[in-house]
Design a protein around this ligand. Structure first.
Ligand SMILES: [Zn+2]
Length: 350
């Protein structure tokens, strides 16, 4: 068994300085993939840079021009939280290109599943602006490519980054052709993703937000996937599943307060791969988003890819680390899931 992974050392060249979203994140993933042995099950290929017409599937010309000019002028603070270096525009093209190549490999039948280990991340980038460490929306451009150029009618995006994928939601809020499902901590940055935000116009019902309270962990996620996300997916019947694969819901993460374990990430990977096997010939593409603890990020990703590659099951914590206890998850998590189900019942058989 093996899994195609799009990755490149060039992703280190987006260098915003001493910042949580830095090149050290990819190095942490590489180290964990080697330490756990998962690397042996992966086949690595480099990305091709996206073209500006690819970006324009989602982003405005004004936004594309602004990022290009800002980076070429040496960069700096694009927003309070988003730093750009001189190389960032070119690296961002490679990040979008990585997601596109991973998707194309799956759509062409060259492989069943794939992953794109890219940076900068993308899911906060809206059609008009970059924010939250994101310049262009890698997953959104891939989804738009599948819809507009490859003629797919139903693309599902599962965003399990700790933060709400506001940029992806904005790109497809009025579209039934892209079902956007997001599990995220609430309240937290960027303050969007309310459970009653369900899409608009023809897209009404095709945005599914699962805002989870701090302290939610493996047990809450499993219930969310089994009682909401899986039934929604079965009713929608996607032709491909894209995962906005953030690792900041890991319990070691310094930014987040959700408490997924290393094994818990592997279990989510198994659920999504199982849904893809059942619904869309196994076609699933994982695209790296956030994750800011080097151990949580690296080992969580190793656990996800171990399952996706077919090499084995979820990977337990590294030696010396104890996963959080499921019985410590807050009662508010189960009542929040009740609220989520009662909103979604209007649209889906949950
Ligand atoms: Zn995040």
């Amino acid at each position: 068994m093996s899994l195609l992974v799009i990755n490149d050392r060039a992703y280190l060249e987006h260098a915003p300085g001493n910042w949580p979203e830095g090149p050290h994140r990819l190095e942490a993933v590489w180290m964990a993939l080697a330490e756990t042995g998962v690397k042996e099950a992966l086949v690595f290929e480099p990305p091709e840079p996206a073209r500006e017409e690819d970006l324009a599937l989602v982003h405005t010309e004004r936004h594309i021009d602004r990022i290009r000019r800002f980076a070429r002028a040496g960069g700096g603070y694009l927003t309070l939280d988003t730093v750009v270096s001189a190389e960032s525009f070119d690296v961002a093209l490679l990040a979008v290109g990585g997601a596109l190549k991973a998707l194309e490999a799956v759509l062409s039948g060259r492989t069943v599943r794939s992953a794109a280990l890219v940076r900068p991340p993308g899911h906060h980038a809206t059609p008009e602006e970059g924010m939250g460490f994101c310049l262009f929306n890698n997953v959104a451009v891939a989804a738009a490519h599948a819809r507009k150029r490859r003629g797919l009618e139903r693309v599902m995006i599962i965003d399990w980054d700790l933060h709400h994928g506001n940029g992806t939601e904005a790109a497809f809020y009025a579209s039934p052709g892209v079902l956007f499902v997001s599990c995220h901590e609430s309240p937290a940055y960027p303050g969007t993703g309310w459970l009653t935000d369900t899409g608009e116009g023809e897209g009404e019902g095709y945005t599914v937000n699962l805002p989870l309270p701090p302290g939610s962990g493996d047990r809450t996620y499993r219930e969310a996937f089994e009682t909401v996300i899986a039934p929604v997916a079965r009713a929608y019947r996607p032709e491909v599943i894209l995962v906005s694969c953030g690792l900041d819901a890991h319990y070691l993460d310094p930014i987040g307060r959700l408490r997924l374990s290393t094994g818990g990430y592997g279990e989510l990977s198994a659920i999504v791969c199982g849904l893809a096997d059942e619904l869309c010939q196994g076609r699933v593409v994982f695209v790296l988003e956030g994750g800011y603890d080097v151990v949580g990020l690296g080992w969580g990703m190793a656990s996800i890819l171990n399952v996706a590659s077919g090499r084995g099951g979820p990977i337990p914590e590294p030696e010396g680390y104890d996963p959080p206890e499921p019985q410590d998850e807050p009662l508010s998590a189960s009542s929040r899931l009740d609220d989520i189900r009662s909103v979604q019942q209007e649209y889906w058989p949950v």
